[in-house]
Design a protein around this ligand. Structure first.
Ligand code: FRU
Length: 495
């Protein structure tokens, strides 16, 4: 079947249909995630003039449901202090900064300035922190005249402030990635910052530089408060390249302490394509909602097939804490609001099958929910494959004997843009006896939530013809399928 040439808004080949991607140009990290007056703001690292990384701006989009997005004008442009690198935004409801000029609570953005003049001159003090404020709910922004508010004292990597309000000490706290560790600063007013502590020089993974931290509390089932430190790393992640680790512990307003052994490494996502993820400030009902950049910095971010734009986000995920035999771990679930994208549904009643079962669901964008009774299946590896008439495919499965979950994209289509792309990514997993696979499949990505969010894997793929087939498989025996649901998903980009 020849590839149909699509034209029209968001209809380019490989254009994600229910994930956010910029209208044109380059995107990387999510920035300035803040929920204000009923609106979710999503800012992002953006270079509008090219689809590869360049002088960084903050692009901007808004949403009332985290599913449908409205593009907004660029919020922050580079200036004489440098490119605008990653950072965060907060609502200064007590006007601690004194920036308030009207009725609205001021929004304050805290970001890294990256000075290219200094970089070219070989100076290492090239990164500092700046702020900007908005008195009209994020529509227009004014940079603070006294920038930078946090100067560099000689650290080459000194970036990505993710500010939070700490009620206990009534102070703003700025987690900042500084090379191989995290530094915490505090401030009464978002303008004057004092260093409080450091964390992590010898904890967790150090396969790459630490970037884009996030620090926030979550409650356990019994109501105990724990603090989660998300720490993205530029390379050396579990399945190669950039990725996200996290720590669970305590934060007293000054220092973070890790409750797990220093050598323990906890990964947020076992796929290759979820980086720089951080959470929304001020989301309703104390929800912790994370969104990531669906790509891999170290391996191929600038070379993946694209045309007028490059890169998309992950779907937003709600974070919670769950008990596991190994202790507390982060659980991730697709946000509930995504169910409004469901269109046609196919439901398969309980049945057992040998080898494979083709599901008639010729949709490209789909949500797949499978429940497989592992205890009564003799098949050793179970899962599903998505593919096309060119025999290109991505295989997602669980290997019972190895206790291993995997996504195999070795035969997924276009792979020559990076030697590292064609790979089989694996994760250790002791699955529940009733295995649940919940997958979101867009034109170029699959995000799988296993056993109600105990494990997540996010991977990109670039087929020469859109994947339209869906085949369940069980190798080496019988598979007991308890239930399968497949929903066609609507595009969010129809004008
Ligand atoms: C992470 C990152 C950040 C930096 C930004 C620059 O992807 O390297 O550390 O602020 O991207 O675009």
């Amino acid at each position: 079947m020849p590839q149909k040439k699509e034209t029209g808004y968001y209809q380019e080949q490989h254009r994600p249909q229910f994930h956010f991607s910029p209208e044109k140009g380059w995107m990387n990290d999510p920035n300035g995630l803040v929920y204000d007056a009923g609106v979710y703001h999503y800012f992002y690292q953006h270079y509008p003039d090219s689809n590869v990384w360049g002088p960084m701006h903050w692009g901007h989009a808004t949403s009332t449901d985290l599913v449908h997005w409205t593009h907004q004008p660029i919020a922050l442009y580079p200036d004489s202090l440098g490119y605008i690198f990653s950072g965060s935004a907060v609502i200064d409801k007590d006007n601690t900064s004194g920036f308030k000029s009207g009725k609205a609570d001021p929004l304050v953005a805290i970001f890294t300035y990256h000075d290219m003049v200094k970089e070219k001159a070989g100076r290492i003090d090239r990164e500092s922190q700046g702020i900007a404020y908005s008195n009209d709910h994020g529509t227009t922004w004014t940079k603070f005249a006294g920038n930078p508010v946090l100067k560099n004292k000689g650290d080459q990597d000194f970036r990505d402030p993710k500010v939070l309000w700490h009620e206990g000490t009534k102070k703003w706290i700025m987690p900042l990635a500084v090379g191989d560790h995290l530094e915490l600063f505090s401030s009464p007013n978002l303008i004057e910052w004092t260093k409080e502590s450091e964390f992590g020089r010898s904890e967790g993974s150090h396969g790459g530089v630490w970037e884009c931290p996030d620090l926030f509390p979550l409650k356990t089932k019994s109501g105990e408060e724990k603090w989660i430190l998300i720490q993205n790393i530029g390379r050396g992640s579990v399945n190669g390249g950039s990725g996200t680790q996290y720590f669970i512990g305590k934060f007293d307003g000054k220092s973070f302490t890790n409750e797990n052994p220093a050598s323990a490494i906890l990964w947020l996502d076992y796929g290759a394509d979820n980086y720089a993820g951080v959470t929304w400030f001020g989301a309703p009902d104390n929800k912790r909602i994370l969104i990531g950049w669906m790509s891999n910095w170290d391996d191929y971010a600038t070379t993946v097939p694209a045309s007028t734009w490059r890169s998309a986000t992950t779907i937003p995920r709600e974070l919670s804490l769950m008990e596991t035999p190994d202790g507390l771990r982060l659980n991730q679930k697709p946000i509930e609001a995504l169910t409004q994208l469901r269109k046609e549904a196919v439901e398969i009643a309980p049945r057992s099958f040998f080898d494979s079962l083709t599901i008639e669901s010729p949709y490209v964008q789909k949500e797949v929910i499978l429940h497989i009774d592992l205890a009564h299946s003799t098949a050793s590896t179970v899962g599903f494959a998505i593919g096309n008439s060119l025999h290109e495919k991505v295989v997602v499965g669980y290997d019972k004997a190895k206790n291993e979950f995997f996504i195999d994209r070795t035969a997924s289509g276009k792979i020559s843009f990076s030697k590292k792309f064609a790979a089989r990514h694996t994760a250790p997993l002791k699955a529940e006896s009733l295995l649940t696979l919940h997958a979101f499949i867009d034109n170029t990505s699959v995000e799988v939530f296993v056993d109600e969010g105990k494990l997540v894997m996010t991977d990109l793929f670039f087929p020469n013809e859109d994947y339209q087939t869906l085949t369940l498989f069980g190798t080496g025996g019988k598979t007991e399928l308890v239930k399968a649901e497949v929903f066609e998903l609507k595009s969010i980009w129809k004008k």
